[in-house]
Design a protein around this ligand. Structure first.
Ligand SMILES: Cc1ncc(COP(=O)(O)O)c(C=O)c1O
Length: 380
């Protein structure tokens, strides 16, 4: 009989040839970190780490159950209240990851009678959320507001949702939220915005929707992760009380999932308190991104213009991008590498993430490393 999993070796070989194998490596703590999502440098902040410890001591290592059974602690409710008031929304609901927050919100707000209009470079969790919702999905070109309007105008479905990243995870550019909301309002659609890369970084840290005055509007629903600027784990949906109540009743990724661990909840509360008390942090993360982009351009590389803390450097071929990332690591700097299918246009990129706490010495090393890499990398 044939091996039912024999095909795995064939696809692995095909990926190897295309330079697309992925490997898990233990992170090297000695490298300068330009790859993580710790945009505010809070993941190792003693106040956040102490809060995580205290959360586990007080409520236990795990949350012990789903939110509707034993998984809701005072800390969960406190964090929901703190996030809602910080961002400027009526209510918030925690999920155990940002990925699940996106699955939860779209599967509960959209269904077979709904059209979901989704930007072509939205995060994979939004793509999967669209599928889970069983809605009709129109994928529109990146940041193309006219295409969104055309899709809404042509719809036959009774309801419509437009979904976008606030700051896109690959190139770090921002969504045209003001133009999008004008279109959703003309067509009676809901706007869902994923603030994963914007919360804690854009504006005074409240995110892009708050920055442009849309947070708290009843027809705008926000999602975010607690795992980037807020230095913890978990996800959140922010919106009206009616939306949050509906999610508690209907969002399967909320209902059938063990609640976020207390240590993560209390750590995120501490990080949020730091963002509130140190209003210079979001601007410092953005300044760091601009400095990294300038260093990359000085080295002759094709760097994006960062809207928040993500800088992407277009390289081209997947193997060239991988080789460049490996060279950065050999020389002391950890950078990300995005290859297909994570890049929809097939152009592989280095991805440098900024940190509010980067030092001049670290920028100096990044400069030397990117100069060296630029000599060998091919730009498209
Ligand atoms: C835009 C965006 N949305 C959602 C997520 C998922 O969040 P989490 O890692 O908390 O699952 C990420 C990244 O991880 C992201 O970049």
């Amino acid at each position: 009989v044939s091996d039912p999993l024999g095909w795995l070796a064939h696809v692995a070989r095909a990926r190897e040839v295309a330079g697309l194998r992925r490997r898990l490596t233990v992170r090297d703590e000695e490298l300068v970190d330009c790859a993580s999502n710790d945009y505010l440098g809070l993941a190792r902040d003693p106040r956040v780490v102490a809060a995580a410890t205290e959360g586990a001591r007080r409520f236990g290592a795990g949350s012990t159950g789903s939110r509707l059974v034993t998984g809701t602690t005072e800390a969960h409710l406190a964090l929901e209240g703190a996030l809602a008031s910080f961002v400027g929304c009526e209510a918030a609901l925690l999920f155990s990851s940002g990925y699940l927050a996106n699955l939860g919100v779209l599967s509960a707000l959209a269904g077979p009678d709904t059209l979901v209009v989704s930007d072509a470079v939205n995060h994979a969790s939004i793509v999967d959320a669209c599928r889970l919702s069983r809605a009709a999905v129109a994928v529109v070109p990146h940041r193309d507001v006219a295409a969104v309007e055309a899709a809404l105008a042509a719809r036959t479905a009774a309801r419509a949702v437009v979904v976008t990243d606030a700051v896109f995870s690959v190139d770090g550019d921002a969504a045209p939220l003001v133009e999008l909301v004008a279109v959703t309002r003309r067509h009676g659609a809901v706007l869902v915005v994923d603030e994963a890369h914007a919360l804690g970084v854009v504006g005074d840290g409240r995110g892009l929707a708050a920055w442009v005055g849309l947070a708290g509007d009843a027809d705008v629903v926000l999602t975010a992760t607690l795992s980037k600027a807020l230095a913890s784990q978990g996800g959140v949906v922010l919106g009206s009380r009616a939306v949050v109540d509906h999610l508690v009743d209907a969002a399967r990724p909320f209902i059938f999932d063990t609640a976020l661990a207390p240590a993560s909840v209390v750590a995120a509360l501490a990080a949020l308190a730091i963002v509130r008390s140190e209003p210079g942090l979001p601007a410092a993360a953005r300044a760091s991104a601009h400095r990294l982009a300038a260093i990359a351009r000085d080295a002759g590389l094709d760097a994006s213009d960062p809207a928040a803390a993500v800088v992407s450097v277009r390289i081209g071929a997947a193997d060239a991008a991988l080789a460049a990332a490996q060279r950065c690591a050999q020389l002391g700097v950890h950078v990300g590498c995005f290859r297909p299918p994570s890049v929809s246009d097939g152009v592989s990129r280095l991805r440098l993430t900024a940190r509010a706490t980067m030092t001049d010495q670290e920028y100096g090393l990044v400069r030397r490393v990117l100069d060296a890499v630029s000599e060998t990398a091919t730009t498209p």
